[in-house]
Design a protein around this ligand. Sequence first.
Ligand SMILES: [Zn+2]
Ligand SMILES: [Zn+2]
Length: 223
Amino acid sequence: MHMEMNDKRIDEVLEFIWSEREQGRRSIEALLQIDEIASAGAERDTLNEMQGYGLVTVDGDEVELTARGEELSRFAIRRHRLAERLFSEVLDLEASLIEKTACDFEHSLSPVVTESICTLLGHPPTCPHGHRIPRGDCCEKASKTIEPLVRSLNELNIGEEGRIIFVESKSHARLDKLGSMGIVPGSIIRLHQKSPAYVIEIGETTLALDPDIVKEIHVKKAG
Ligand SMILES: [Zn+2]
Ligand SMILES: [Zn+2]
């Protein structure tokens, strides 16, 4: 059976299934209302076609990804969310434009280009909406072949400023604490001193931070 790998419609459905599953939903009802599919009048056809390709299984009102479907939707979601990051951080596009542009753009991203974008953006864990970006090979290797645009705060030179893009911490308590100090995406942070301890400035405040916390703060160099 021939499968057109660049089929945008199928990619959109795979992304939709993935996003719904993140919310704990598996119903095909919502799926059948996606604009692109509904307007093409091909609701059931698309699902049937995807079943034929071995991408999904449908059981009553529930849809599940097969291993192959899982792999493809993981990659589609990764491209989409990285594209969103790219458009928001690099091009400063306004929110209303990001979604549409990302949707059009993501389909043209090859695996190699996707990895380059991920590296450029400092391997972001989430999209601008806070949804998780599936990890790629580049994230494991933390490839440095491309000069990253977004980097850990500890990689700035003393006196340099950066705009916080994301804070990656496994500890929610720590994230809350940092948030209460104004260390949140969008804030401008300045690296004041590296040793004997890290000292940063944010707004009018000067703070000493642990080295592991400094590494978790990811910034885009300002100015
Ligand atoms: Zn998003
Ligand atoms: Zn990566």
